[in-house]
Design a protein around this ligand. Structure first.
Ligand code: IMO
Ligand code: MG
Length: 435
């Protein structure tokens, strides 16, 4: 098993960080391949509790080389703060590297993200205001500035002055905002360049070399499948692809290099920001899930919208990611629920839909069709073997496997690194499910 991608299955916040931290002890490389500091990966382990936005969640393992790949957009202020925080907790960052091809989030990106959202008014997307849309737009428009540009002040100044000329025109003429100062940004980013220089290098060859040697390489995804610009709930999406396929492009591997794709799903669904969510619960059950699981954004602290598991969206995610297996997280949140529901199809204009629609107008009118399963009492957070789970929990896991047509190889029963029922334990007989 050489290269494994770990990706968010629904709308992000599925606890990728926890899963990566859990399996990273056997890895030699963990690479982030998409997104930026819109991601918030919570990791709780013997070093403490961390919310990582840019640094890969493998950083807590001394033997792991952590790479922020070319597909990630980097805000240097956030990254340097994160590095300092890790170091102050005794976590070494000496094996952290940043791709010289990764794009930089500039002050105008965050500013424009906020101004664009304000202009959208009631149609705001609910972005994280981290400059994600503007930085990836500039990348594709060939206006971006990359970390490698920081290594040569003249190159950097040239790229900054041409980009800033256009950005200042937009800021002043479109938004009536004051222009940004070339000198201030130049000085600030030259200082960032000095601090980041030891980390910046060509990273894709490191990843390919490890893969060629058969080493265990983890590609850490951010966000989730339904936030993909192509297959997600467009325009309520992010601006880089969170899908496993992007793991190749965002790290520098060929499509034949990924051996296994693990999709991380929560036992229920959440979504932050605007956009359709057919299974959203705007009632006390939704509130209960939010309170029990502390469903507030790791990046923005916004309350997350909570709802039952949507297996229609889940199946779609299995297909577009080409998932080999699933890590199911937060199953313990359902402890004490008398019953739990799974959305197995949608009803749209009197028709039954079993596949995920492409347009949000349809999705907004879809009503979930639920299957109700018996819940379970007592806490499962100390359980480490599948057969020790209460019957309700076992049936729930098995039913999800059936509905998603994909095996569940890991179940997380609490936030801690060790609170998992791992693959070996899940290698169970069908008969144990019904007992
Ligand atoms: P992790 O990696 C959940 C959502 C935002 C918004 C939309 C667009 O922690 O799973 P953006 O700032 O990317 O332009 O916002 O995407 N979003 C996330 N939701 N988890 C994330 O990352 C997210 N990153 C972006 O809330 O709806
Ligand atoms: Mg998040």
């Amino acid at each position: 098993m050489a290269v494994v991608a770990i990706v968010g299955g629904h709308c992000g916040d599925e606890a990728n960080g926890k899963i990566v931290d859990h399996v990273a002890e056997k890895a030699t490389i963990v690479a982030r391949f998409s997104g930026g500091d819109n991601a918030g990966h919570t990791v709780i382990n013997p070093y403490g509790e961390f919310r990582l936005h840019l640094v890969p969640s493998g950083i807590f393992n001394a033997q792991v080389t952590c790479i922020i790949g070319n597909g990630v957009a980097i805000n240097p202020t956030v990254l340097l703060q994160e590095i300092a925080d890790l170091q102050s907790h005794g976590v070494s960052t000496s094996r952290l590297f940043i791709s010289d091809r990764a794009h930089l989030i500039m002050p105008y990106h965050t500013l424009l993200d906020a101004l664009e959202e304000e202009t959208r008014s009631k149609d705001a997307l609910g972005t994280t205001h981290r400059g994600i849309g503007p930085v990836f737009a500039d990348k594709i428009a060939r206006l971006g500035i990359r970390t490698g540009d920081l290594l040569d002040n003249d190159v950097f100044r040239g790229r900054l002055s041409s980009a800033l000329e256009l950005k200042n025109t937009i800021l002043t003429k479109v938004y009536g905002a004051p222009p940004l100062s070339l000198e201030e940004i130049y000085d600030q980013y030259c200082r960032f360049g000095e601090q980041l220089a030891p980390f910046i290098r060509e990273t894709s060859s490191m990843i390919r070399a490890a893969a060629a040697k058969g080493e265990f390489v983890l590609l850490e995804g951010a966000q989730g499948a339904l936030l993909d610009p192509d297959f997600g709930t467009y325009p309520y999406v992010t601006s880089s692809s969170p899908l496993a396929g992007a793991g190749c492009i965002g790290a520098g591997l060929g499509p034949r290099e990924i051996d296994r794709v693990v999709g991380v799903f929560k036992a229920y669904n959440t979504r932050v920001g605007a956009g359709p969510m057919p299974t959203e619960l705007k009632d006390e059950t939704g509130d209960l899930i939010r309170t029990k699981a502390h469903e507030y954004g790791a990046t923005t602290s916004r309350p997350r919208r909570c709802g039952w598991f949507d297996a229609v969206a889940g199946r779609f995610s299995v297909q577009i990611n080409g998932l080999s297996d699933i890590a199911l997280t937060h199953l313990d949140i359902y402890d004490g629920f008398r019953s739990v529901k799974i959305c197995t199809a949608y009803e749209f204009n009197g028709e039954i839909l079993t596949s995920f629609p492409a347009d949000v107008a349809t999705l907004e009118q879809c009503r979930p069709i639920y299957e109700e399963l018996e819940g379970w009492q007592g806490s499962i957070s100390g359980t480490r073997r599948f057969e020790k789970l209460p019957a309700g929990a076992r049936k729930y896991v098995s039913r999800l496997e059936e509905l998603l047509a994909c095996p569940i190889s890991l179940v997380s029963v609490g936030p801690g690194r060790e609170q998992v029922i791992a693959a070996e334990a899940l290698n169970r007989q069908a008969s144990t499910v019904d007992s």
